[in-house]
Each structure stands twice: as structure tokens, then as C-alpha cells.
Design a binder for this molecule. Structure first.
Ligand code: MV4
Length: 492
């Protein structure tokens, strides 16, 4: 493969291109009207214009992207995450166009795109699943009988679901009919598929996912776990590897189960198997994501493996050059997603111009970003502008690096989740590893970071005052007066 088209934008387009360049592979960017001057366009060897800013007219237009690949003689298409990355029709069209889709084949994408089909596919592979039913249900009386059998609380889920849409917790039998009706209509309007099913509701789970890698020769390995329990409204904000809760034995069990899930759908490439871990340390298969994930860097840092390089090698038909026993966890990695959102205002989107943008630097700091100072954040796409990733020999060291990196990261012009990140990494529950998927709801409130801003402002004030007093002492050779502000105006 001499040339790859990257069907994406922002940080992930750049991240994929970096590995292509390291491998001596030429890169082709695609871009919309809003991204004419974006870094991913300048970084690529060539760039093809797609169309107007809305993704429905640019990054989601399959035929334009495939034509761009043909016009530039690209031999592969890397979809990144989001956009067309888990679109089986796109993967098929790419292959039919004689271009290599850097990802799994259509079958795996289709099976894992449906929760019910996924449950069915893994049913003979000894994969632990949450107690529940494995087929769509629309009869309310039948649902009541099933729910009674499982025991409340139960969870209604949409088979085509994602991002928590079509999901309803039901506490008692009286609420079931109405909640079921709502779940079905929500699933129908969001996914065009009203199939729902019922599971036991795991009340305080941790979200643990396993990175897998499979080649076309039947080899499958896992690259251990990532913990992604710190999320809000189904949007992950902090991820880490390894999880501080897993034992060696549980890690091996979950890893082996994830490998079997990959085998169950003839998986090829890099994928992620999601599990819930309950408070008694039982794990249950949730779903498989058939793409490179946002949080893949933390796995790269603890294993020393470049996942994009592996994706490309597997797509070229190469065998994975290592075995499970060659892999081990080294150190600890953390990731904070920097969203253009205001954590003081219910994480509402906060777009604008990056008037100041200064990157933190130093040992153990990796910043995967896609913007530069002076750029506007477009409203059309995902509000994630960067991923701040730190690595240390221990979790404590990685946390310390993260806090100093957050302090050194200067973003002005838009509000971001940086202060929220600082709250998390300084939080006692987080530091002690005592958290689950309800962390944000249970421990965060805007007041917590308002205090942070206030104490920082007070500290800044004290430092300024001390500097002022020291200088005055030097200049006058006397003790400063108790109230220096009276006679001195501070120039702005
Ligand atoms: C669950 C669950 C509890 N019990 N299933 C949320 C999105 C979808 N991928 C699966 N999700 C959940 N499924 C049962 N039987 C709790 C969640 C859940 C969750 C899972 C992972 C990470 C964050 C979450 C936040 C809320 C709910």
C-alpha cells in the first residue's frame, strides 16, 4: 500500500497520517468547506475537496470519498472513528471499488452493529452476558412476565441503539408498559428500527473494554483493557489503561472472552469489546465497536504498540508479528478528552475562536489535537478538539503529569472541559479508584470547579501581592505598608 486516503478530519486524521508517514506511505486528506485551512489538509501529501461544511454533504458522502480515492490512486481508505467508520455499506462499496477498507469486513460490522445479532453471534462462545432476553419484544404482557422473571430493576434497550438512546431503566412493573412504548418509539425515530429487548439493570457498573487485534490468518490477540467509567450522558471524558480494579486473573479472563467475541464474528483489524463490571466483579459482554476508538492511545502507551500501524499491516494481509505471550503492560496511561463545552453550564457546546492555544509539553505527555491558535471551532462536527494523554511508571505519576499538563495547557476564546479534568484528577474517589459510571452524577457539580477557579484566582492574587511587596521592599528598602493598594494603581 503506497497511498492511503483518510476519510476523516481533526485529530484522528492527523494521527493516522503520522503513522502513514512513519511507514513511508503517502497520505490523501479530504475536507469540507469549513476545513479548507485545517491542519489535516496541510499535513497530507494531497487533499481533495468534498463539499459544503455539513457532514451530510462532505464527510458522509460515500461516493465522493471513493471517487477521491480513485482519482488519487489511493490503495486504501482509513475511516478513523465516527463518520463512515462503522458503516457496512461504505466498507462494501470501498472493497467493490477495488480499494482496501482499513477495518473489518462487512459481516463483522453488520453483526456488531445490532446488539441482538451480536448476542446471537457470541451465544456459543462462552461469553458472560447480563441476564435477559436475546430477541426483540413488543408485547407488553410478555414483557411483564419476562421482567418479573429477571427481577426489577430492568433495562429496556434498543437493538440498534448507541449513546444510550432508546434505553430506559424500569424500577417496577407498573411503569413497564409506558416505558416500553417510549423506548420503542425513541428507537424507531432515532434508528429506524424499533426493536427493543430487556436486561437486568446492573446498578453501579464500571465500563471496561478490551482492545483486540486480529489478522486475516486467524490470529487474534488482546492488548489488555481500558477503563472508561468517567463519562457524562454516555460521552466518555476520562479513560485509562490499565484499570486499577482488575486483578491479573480477571484481566486474563476478560481478555480471553474478548478474543472469543472477535472470533465469533471473524473479526479482522483493531476492535474493542465492551464489558460491564458489576460491584461483585462479575463481567458481562455489552457490545463490540468495529473501529479504532478515540481512546486507543492509552493502550498504545502501555503496550508500546502503534495500533494504526497494526491496522495497516493487517489490511495489507500481513500476519501479526507477535503473540499474546509477547505482550505485557508497562506503566499507566490516562486520557482527558478536551471538548469545546462549558463544564459550568451543563457541558453546553461552546464554539468560537481559539484566541490563545498553547500546548503543554514534557516527558510522558502526548497531545493528539487538530486545531491551532487563531482557528475557529466549526459548529458542524464533534466538539472534541483534543486528547491530552499522559504516561507514567505508576498511576500516581500519570495523574501528577496530567495535572501539570492541564495547568500548562492554555486555551482561551472558548470554554473547555480542561477544568473538569482537573477536578477529576484531584478527586479523592478517582485517586483511590473508587468510582463507577455514576461518578460525574455523584461527585461533580459546577460549584466544585467554581471553587477551583476561585482558589486559583486567590492564589494568583496572593502571588501578585507578594511580588509587589517584594519589589517595593527592594525599591524603598523598607517594609511595605499594610495596605499597598491605597496609593498604587495597578497598570493593566
Ligand atoms: C447497561 C447498564 C446497566 N445494565 N446494561 C449504556 C450505553 C450502552 N452501550 C450500554 N449502556 C449500559 N448498559 C445493563 N444491563 C448501564 C449502561 C450504562 C453505561 C455503560 C457504560 C458506560 C457508561 C454508562 C452510563 C450509563 C449506563
Amino acid at each position: 500500500m503506497r497511498k492511503i486516503l483518510i476519510a476523516n478530519r481533526g485529530e484522528i486524521a492527523l494521527r493516522v497520517m503520522r503513522t502513514c508517514k512513519d511507514m513511508g506511505i503517502k497520505t490523501v486528506a479530504v475536507y469540507s468547506e469549513a476545513d479548507r485551512n485545517a491542519p489535516h489538509v496541510r499535513f497530507a501529501d494531497e487533499a481533495v475537496f468534498l463539499g459544503p461544511a455539513p457532514s451530510s454533504e462532505s464527510y458522509l458522502v460515500m461516493d465522493k470519498i471513493i471517487q477521491a480515492a480513485k482519482d488519487t490512486d489511493s490503495e486504501g481508505i482509513h475511516p478513523g472513528y465516527g463518520f463512515l467508520s462503522e458503516n457496512a455499506i461504505f466498507a462494501k462499496k470501498v472493497q467493490e471499488g477495488g480499494i482496501t477498507f482499513i477495518g473489518p469486513d462487512t459481516h463483522a460490522i453488520e453483526v456488531m452493529g445490532s446488539k441482538l445479532a451480536a448476542k446471537d453471534a457470541v451465544s456459543n462462545y462462552d461469553i458472560p452476558m447480563v441476564p435477559g432476553i436475546d430477541r426483540a419484544i413488543d408485547d407488553k404482557q410478555e414483557a411483564i412476565e419476562i421482567a418479573k422473571g429477571i427481577g426489577f430493576p430492568i433495562l429496556i434497550k434498543a437493538s440498534a441503539g448507541g449513546g444510550g438512546k432508546g434505553m430506559r431503566v424500569v424500577e417496577n412493573v407498573e411503569d413497564l408498559p409506558e416505558q416500553m412504548e417510549r423506548a420503542i418509539s425513541e428507537a424507531q425515530s432515532a434508528f429506524g428500527d424499533g426493536s427493543v429487548f430487556i436486561e437486568k439493570y446492573v446498578t453501579s457498573p464500571r465500563h471496561i473494554e478490551i482492545q483486540v487485534l486480529a489478522d486475516t490468518h486467524g490470529n487474534v490477540v488482546h492488548l489488555f483493557e481500558r477503563e472508561c467509567s468517567i463519562q457524562r450522558r454516555h460521552q466518555k471524558v476520562v479513560e485509562e489503561a490499565p484499570s486499577c480494579i482488575l486483578t491479573k486473573e480477571l484481566r486474563e479472563k476478560m481478555g480471553a472472552a474478548a478474543v472469543r467475541v472477535a472470533q465469533a464474528c471473524d473479526y479482522v483489524g483493531a476492535g474493542t469489546v465492551e464489558f460491564l463490571l458489576d460491584s461483585a466483579m462479575n463481567f458481562y459482554f455489552l457490545e463490540m465497536n468495529t473501529r479504532l476508538q478515540v481512546e486507543h492511545p492509552v493502550s498504545e502507551l502501555i503496550t508500546g504498540i502503534d495500533l494504526v500501524e497494526q491496522q495497516i499491516k493487517v489490511a495489507r494481509g500481513e500476519k501479526i508479528s507477535f503473540e499474546q505471550s509477547d505482550l505485557s503492560i508497562n506503566g499507566h496511561a490516562l486520557e482527558l478528552r478536551i471538548y469545546a463545552e462549558d463544564p459550568l453550564d451543563n457541558f453546553s457546546p461552546n464554539i468560537g475562536t481559539l484566541t490563545t492555544y498553547e500546548r503543554p509539553q514534557g516527558k510522558g505527555i502526548r497531545l493528539d489535537d487538530g486545531y491551532e491558535q487563531g482557528m475557529d471551532i466549526p459548529i458542524y462536527y464533534d466538539p472534541m478538539i483534543a486528547k491530552l494523554i499522559t504516561y507514567g511508571s505508576t498511576r500516581e505519576a500519570a495523574i501528577q503529569s496530567m495535572i501539570s499538563a492541564i495547568n500548562d495547557y492554555k486555551i482561551e476564546g472558548i470554554k473547555t472541559t480542561l477544568p473538569f479534568g482537573k477536578f477529576v484528577f484531584e478527586n479523592e474517589q478517582f485517586i483511590n479508584g473508587k468510582f463507577d459510571t455514576h461518578f460525574v452524577k455523584n461527585f461533580y457539580s459546577p460549584e466544585k470547579i467554581k471553587d477551583q477557579f476561585k482558589s486559583e484566582a486567590e492564589l494568583a492574587g496572593r502571588i501578585a501581592l507578594k511580588a509587589f511587596l517584594d519589589q517595593k521592599r527592594l525599591l524603598t528598602g523598607t517594609q511595605a505598608s499594610a495596605s499597598p493598594w491605597k496609593n498604587n494603581r495597578i497598570k493593566s
